[in-house]
Each structure stands twice: as C-alpha cells, then as structure tokens.
Design a protein around this ligand. Sequence first.
Ligand SMILES: Nc1nc2c(ncn2[C@@H]2O[C@H](COP(=O)(O)OP(=O)(O)OP(=O)(O)O)[C@@H](O)[C@H]2O)c(=O)[nH]1
Ligand SMILES: [Mg+2]
Length: 250
Amino acid sequence: MLWLLVVASAIELPPLRAPTLKLKPRDLRFNVLVAGLKGLGKTTACRALLGTNASTATLDFATAVLTVSIVDSDLDLDFANFVAKRRHQNLKNTDSPDDCLIHVCVYFLSPHGLLDADRKNLRRIRREVTVIPVIAKADTLTDAELAAYRSRLEKEFAKLKIERPLAIISRDGDYRWGRSRIRHSDFNDLKRRLFSDDTEDLITKARSHFLRFKRRRLGRQKARSALKTIAILALLYNPLKLRLQLPLNF
Ligand SMILES: Nc1nc2c(ncn2[C@@H]2O[C@H](COP(=O)(O)OP(=O)(O)OP(=O)(O)O)[C@@H](O)[C@H]2O)c(=O)[nH]1
Ligand SMILES: [Mg+2]
C-alpha cells in the first residue's frame, strides 16, 4: 500500500533533475515575478510550484543552494516598473550579486483571449526581464480551442519577441463532466524550466542586464560631474567676461 502511495506521488510530481549550477556564490537567490490579470490562478500556481503557502523555499542542489522567492503580484502593480525598481534596489546591494533582481516573469494569460492590458504589460515587461507566458486554466478549453488560441498567440508574440506560451492547470479538479489534472498540462515543464533547466541561464541573463544598467548609470554620472566641473571652471576663468547661464535644474 505504502509502495503504491510512493509510486502515485512520484507520478503526480516528477522529481526535478538537479542542475549543476556553475554560478557563484554557492548560495543563490532566484526571484520570480508572477504577473497577470485578476483571478487567473496565480496564487494557486505559486503554491503548487513551491509546494508550500510560503513565498520562499530553499532548493538544495549538489553544487548550489537556491533560495527561490516568488512575488505573487496583484492587479494594481505596474509590473515593468516593479522590475525596474527592484533593479535600482539592487544597486545598494554589495553582499550578493542579485538579492533584489527579478530573474524571470511568469505572465498569466486568460484562457479566453488576450486583452489590451496584457499587450501593454507584455510589451513593457519584456524590455526589463525574460518573460515566460502561460495560458492559465487550460482545463477550461478543449484541445482544439487550446491549439487555435495558442497558434494565434504565437503569431502575435513572434512580433513582440516573446516565446510560445505554455498552457497550465494549477490545481486538480473533479467535475460532473470529467477530471482535470495538473500533470496533464505544461505545469511540470514550467516548474522544470524555472527550477532546473533554465535557472542558470535566467540568472546569468538578469545579471548581465543589471551590469549593463549599472555601467550606463555610472557613465551618465561621470558625464554629469565632468560637465559640472567644466561649467564651474568656465565661471571662474571667464576671460571674455561672457554672461554664462547655467540651466535651471543644474
Ligand atoms: N479551472 C481552473 N481553476 C483554477 C485553476 N487554478 C486556480 N483556479 C481557481 O481560480 C480561482 C482563483 O484562483 P487564485 O489562485 O486565487 O487566482 P489569482 O490569480 O491569485 O487571483 P487574484 O490574486 O485575485 O488576482 C480559484 O477558485 C482557484 O481554485 C486552474 O488551473 N483551473
Ligand atoms: Mg492571488
């Protein structure tokens, strides 16, 4: 009986292939933003992904310890702005390279069609971070409906340079007309990509995006202080007695 239970749970939740992460330090932070419009099953999915109601979990791999943190966002949040703000916060971070960085955004799409709000959100977020789009509540669509919807989205996403969406079921359901199961959807693919196959790639990408941002910011700061010095020198040594005017916001 116990053996049967073990087999059943193994089928339900296939174990993740432990990645050999080459990243430094050994203690890594991995921050996921779960975004999308209201009531699409985001919180349910977060719980199923981490296997707990808490928003963080620790995954112990052979070469690294990954502290996964999921930001389960609400409707009023400006997602792109949130990612940018977290990048700014990370500037003050000297201990760890990516405590505050958001490494990936899992964006939930309604099973009934893409809304203008989604288009606007996606266009902005993809400039800030890697986006994994998911069609939520895939159990509410027939196979044919899902295939048609997915191919419409693929065409639209190709223009936005966003990848093909996964279709997920975030919780098992028993209905008069049948049963829906998490394992019959792309849910486990999503989990595997986040916490195993793509982890290293996502962290590396977010880090290099952050370093580019930091370099640009430093460059701008240097240019501004050089301009200030030139302006002050020009004021002090003004042999032609010209009337120099500094900009108001100087
Ligand atoms: N049919 C179906 N229902 C789901 C699925 N996932 C979640 N639900 C249900 O959808 C409802 C909303 O789920 P939540 O997880 O609270 O959705 P949410 O996106 O966090 O909602 P907000 O936080 O209000 O934006 C609940 O009744 C869930 O049981 C799914 O995969 N299929
Ligand atoms: Mg929620």
